[in-house]
Design a protein around this ligand. Structure first.
Ligand code: HEC
Ligand code: HEC
Length: 309
């Protein structure tokens, strides 16, 4: 029988089992509690999801040394270019922030979840719950967040407070607090697409004379004005030539043609100057990546049209 509340379970079953069985669509089967348990392994910041079990810092030390230190270093300092797990306190607001479990992560629960879910890198989900408690406790100890006699279990682990938690807070920028429109909303057909000088990232303080207030989100007059993009007549004409005579190669990068929009393919060319690029497009040339045919092969175009394109 097809019942609505079973939809999610049915969808999960398709993914989990991939089994083909009778049903309205002839596919899927009901997910068993074991299947669901296999996916339902997330640990919430308040500790919800932590399984029974325990592990101490002392038990974690040899486990960490055997299973983790080869990549993350004996003290969490990171071997080679493997991630650093400890240290970095006080670096977040410097030019070289070092984001580690201790300096950056807001919740200890994420540590348990991550180690249990993804580590050790070559054998994810191979650790028992007790081992995960012990190793997590040891990583917290390496970060001076717990003492060497700490024993992690559901309660004690959920109670761990991470130093950087207060720096994670609900997004307080004004544009995330708009009221959602649920009825009689504006017709999308009437929307105009505009570009703004600034996106989400405030840039005002990087450029002294940019005219953008340093405090981009202050109460003052909005310093960022929407600008309609208007093309000159030459550009409009150029675009129509481009669409019919150039796009076939330059739109997708066919035959070695530098793709429009791919800045890295153009940056060196632009250095040579407009005159040289126009002349190459008008007269054609053999370049390192392929042949640009004269006028893109469309000899009915005037030189001026090719330049505009
Ligand atoms: C073979 C090398 C290797 C081993 C062994 C290994 N890890 Fe990792 N670990 C990684 C890599 C690579 C990443 C980054 C993965 C990514 O970003 O997708 C990582 C990421 C992590 C992170 C997240 C770091 C961060 O700040 O984003 C933690 C925590 C961690 N590992 C803990 C452990 C623990 C605990 C063990 C032992 C049980 C372990 N790892 C074993 C390679 C390893
Ligand atoms: C048959 C494919 C093709 C068509 C059509 C085509 N191009 Fe090209 N174009 C190329 C290739 C290939 C290159 C790169 C050659 C190289 O540098 O290796 C190129 C390079 C260029 C360059 C860079 C010149 C330089 O100096 O680096 C410009 C500008 C250019 N094309 C403009 C045009 C214009 C304008 C049109 C339409 C009128 C057009 N192309 C049509 C294949 C094409």
């Amino acid at each position: 029988m097809f019942k609505l509340p079973n939809l999610a379970v049915a969808a999960a079953a398709i993914v989990l089992a991939g089994a083909v069985q009778a049903g309205p669509l002839g596919i899927g089967s009901t997910a068993t509690p074991e299947m669901i348990a296999g996916w339902d392994i997330d640990i919430r910041p308040d500790g919800m999801g932590l399984p029974p079990g325990r592990g101490s810092v002392a038990e974690g030390e040899p486990l960490y040394e055997a299973k983790c230190a080869s990549c993350h270093g004996l003290f969490g300092e990171g071997e080679g270019r493997w991630p650093i797990l400890a240290g970095g306190e006080g670096t977040l607001d410097t030019l070289h922030p070092e984001k580690t479990v201790g300096s950056y992560w807001p919740y200890a629960s994420t540590l348990w979840d991550y180690i249990h879910r993804a580590m050790p890198y070559p054998a994810p989900q191979s650790l028992t719950d007790d081992e995960t408690y012990a190793i997590s406790a040891y990583v917290l100890y390496l970060n001076d967040i717990v003492d060497d006699d700490f024993v992690a279990d559901r309660e004690s682990f959920a109670a761990v407070k991470m130093p950087n938690e207060p720096n994670f807070y609900i997004d307080n920028r004004p544009d995330v607090q708009n009221t959602r429109c649920m009825e009689n909303c504006a017709d999308p057909a009437n929307f105009t697409i505009v570009t703004t000088i600034n996106g989400v990232t405030p840039t005002g303080h990087f450029k002294e004379d940019s005219g953008v207030a340093a405090n981009h989100y202050g109460d003052s007059e909005p310093a960022v004005k929407a600008v309609e993009v208007a093309m000159s007549d030459a550009a409009t004409a150029g675009k129509s030539v481009y669409d019919k005579a150039c796009q076939a190669c330059h739109g997708m990068g066919v035959a070695g043609a530098p793709k429009v929009g791919d800045a890295s393919a153009w940056v060196d060319r632009i250095q040579t100057g407009m005159a040289s690029m126009s002349s190459n497009a008008i007269n054609g040339y053999q370049g390192p990546n392929g042949v640009m045919p004269a006028k893109g092969g469309n000899m009915s175009l005037s030189d001026e049209e090719v330049s505009m394109a």
